[in-house]
Write a protein that binds this ligand. Structure first.
Ligand code: 5AD
Ligand code: FES
Length: 347
């Protein structure tokens, strides 16, 4: 089955269900996923510096610690100067991609976002700017793109409409979120989609729908991590996603999307101390160390016990570099465009 998956980059729904629900293929999956990753990307692991610039959010997703209704969250916004200071520090440490992530915060108007993006591009022309600020209009996405943002991360969270409604209030829709991803692609962004593994009410069938949706979208990046409960959300008593299933899905995704950028996420590092290392051995090839000012890190708590939020993590890059090296891979400073884009540039 794994051989078929690797050769044809596809499987039937029935085969995927068997693969997702059994642990007996995990070793074979790891060997093959790792081989494909070596074929496409060698031992390279790409770095993205994550700047969490606002934890204000107008949305109320049931799983998320910075949801609007969480009155216990202490809210913050970084100024443009703060953000540029993060980039300066990041640049000196070797980062060449900055990911600006935040809640859906109306304070950051299109004009402000464009100003921040263009000032980063001006100061660091050899760096890529990625935005991860949620659902916006086609016009807004167009404006950010023209200001110099080339990449956008927007996890679709779940492709199934009923499941989507179990994770979000009625005013949000999965259809709109998917439309945003197609808008972003049509504008020319490199896009990242993705899901939480083991989110409440998720079934194997939902994950298969997610895979089918991503086959249609053809994202440049797929971000997945286990669902982890947050104590001040409606999902406080739900159980966490599984480490094993998250790793298994990473392996499947590497074989189905041989060239996709696949991060070993913070949630994976939170659920197990060596989760990110295990992810990298399962075909992941991107890490996104936290580059936010240490003073705000504890405030960007999407889920309980998030790693990289203490003083000891002032320079996550050193920690990540050592971790990546310990398993025989190598962190590179390059922008690390998706292979599709690298090939377009060479042509
Ligand atoms: N557990 C795991 N991941 C979460 N995210 C948000 N809340 C949680 C949680 N409780 C993920 C979502 C979002 C990304 C920024 O973080 O998938 O898209
Ligand atoms: Fe942040 Fe290890 S990567 S402390």
């Amino acid at each position: 089955m794994i051989e078929t998956l690797r050769r044809s980059q596809n499987l039937s729904d029935e085969q995927l269900k068997i693969l997702l629900e059994s642990n007996q293929y995990d070793d074979e999956l790891r060997e093959n996923a790792n081989a494909v990753r070596l074929e496409k990307y060698g031992h390279t692991v790409y770095l993205r510096g994550l700047i969490e610039f606002t934890n204000y959010c107008k949305n109320d997703c049931y799983y998320c610690g910075i949801r609007h209704s969480n009155r216990t969250a202490s809210r913050y916004r970084l100024t443009q100067e703060d953000i540029l200071e993060c980039c300066k520090e990041g640049y000196e440490l070797g980062y060449r991609t900055f990911v600006l992530q935040g809640g859906e915060d109306p304070y950051f108007t299109d004009e402000k976002v464009c100003q921040i993006v263009s000032s980063i591009r001006e100061k660091y022309p050899d760096c890529a700017v990625t935005l991860s600020i949620g659902e916006k209009s086609h016009e807004s996405y167009q404006a950010y793109f023209e200001a110099g943002a080339e990449r956008y991360l927007l996890r679709h969270e779940t492709a199934n409409p009923e499941h989507y409604h179990k994770l979000h209030p009625d005013c949000m829709s999965g259809e709109h979120r998917k439309q945003c991803l197609f808008d972003l692609k049509s504008i020319g962004y490199q896009v990242g989609a993705g899901i939480m593994v083991g989110s409440p009410h998720q079934t194997t069938e939902h994950i298969i729908e997610d895979i089918r949706f991503m086959q249609e979208l053809q994202p440049d990046m797929i971000g997945i991590g286990p669902f982890l409960p947050h104590k001040d959300t409606p999902f406080r008593d739900e159980s966490r996603g599984s480490l094993e299933l998250t790793l298994r899905l990473l392996g499947i995704l590497r074989l189905m999307f041989p060239e996709v950028l696949l991060p070993a996420t913070t949630a994976l590092g939170t659920i197990h101390p060596l989760g990110r290392e295990m992810g990298l051995k399962m075909g992941a090839n991107v890490v996104m160390p936290n580059l936010s000012p240490v003073s705000v890190r504890k405030k960007y708590m999407l889920y309980d016990d998030k790693i990289c939020t203490g003083d000891e993590s002032a320079q996550c890059i050193n920690c990540i570099q050592a971790r990546v090296k310990s398993i025989g891979f190598e962190v590179v400073s390059a922008r690390g465009d998706a292979l599709r884009i690298q090939k377009q540039k060479e042509a």
